[in-house]
Write a protein that binds this ligand. Sequence first.
Ligand code: ATP
Length: 328
Amino acid sequence: MRSGLSLRDVVVRYGSVAAVDGVSLDVPTGSVVALLGPSGCGKSSLLRAVAGLEPVEGTVAWDGISVAGVPVHRRGFGLMFQDGQLFAHRSVGGNVSYGLPARSAVRVAELLELVGLAGYESRAVATLSGGERQRVALARALAPAPRLLLLDEPLSALDRALRERLAVDLRAALVATGTTAVFVTHDQDEAFAVADRVAVMASGKLLQVDAPADLWSRPASREVASFLGYEAFVPLDSPAAAPLREAIGARPSPATLALAEGAFVVGRSGVAKGTVRGVSSRRGRSEVRVDVDGIGVVTALGPVGGRWAAGDVVELAVDPDALAVLDD
Ligand SMILES: Nc1ncnc2c1ncn2[C@@H]1O[C@H](COP(=O)(O)OP(=O)(O)OP(=O)(O)O)[C@@H](O)[C@H]1O
């Protein structure tokens, strides 16, 4: 018997449109899977189908037993949304204890500690920051120890720095409680930070499911690679790809080589040359748009405070971690 959640050929239709179009996926007990994909690809529809909020074709099963016909509140699945939907008139402690069978001060204190809000029991929800509210929403969602926690973009209303910190804390809380979870996001960094495995979706279909490192180093298709942030594609056996092939120890073959931002690094000496088209700065580092013969315009990284002007010819070294070979 398969433990945890298993989906087989799941279809969710709105009228004649299949928002989810034949998805099969396993989420073993204790693991966290992120559903990653662009807006409108069907992530939320799939999550809602698992929750029991949408009619589905195909099979949604828990521990090998179909949950078809089991109403939302009987599935033992918890839900958390972008807006944590806290009870505004209850205290933090009152929100967290809401899902518990009997009031349990110890359990509430443990959960608040788990989400980094130890001692917040009596605070009014209205006095909390956006990030603190989502931490409370997480504690409340974890309180009844759901057998599966479904999270729909729980961090996307927060600003970037906060999102990054909360993503790390969210993963820690899920791992510490051994919670099985499905996490919906359109943000690749967030998916990689939170999940054991990332399921990439597009147009209602699942394109690839893999651990973050495997997904990054071996995207199954150009579509997946593009969504992960690979920005240029060249034939592996082309002359322009020679220094890149060398960096990853690949032989010329009919495959395609994908270059992510930072595949080239601007330096004093390099293995290729490029012509600068533009320069910007991100987190102190320079991002240099360079035109490389046979490859096109790509984003190279440069040291802090580098000074280049459009038209400069620069030396480029290669970062093998920003390259992937696609088996076409
Ligand atoms: N209740 C509905 N009725 C009709 N169409 C819907 C409904 N809900 C979603 N859709 C459509 O189904 C498709 C998938 O929507 P869904 O919300 O699942 O995507 P998503 O990947 O979660 O996108 P986002 O990240 O923008 O929320 C979209 O084309 C959307 O317009």
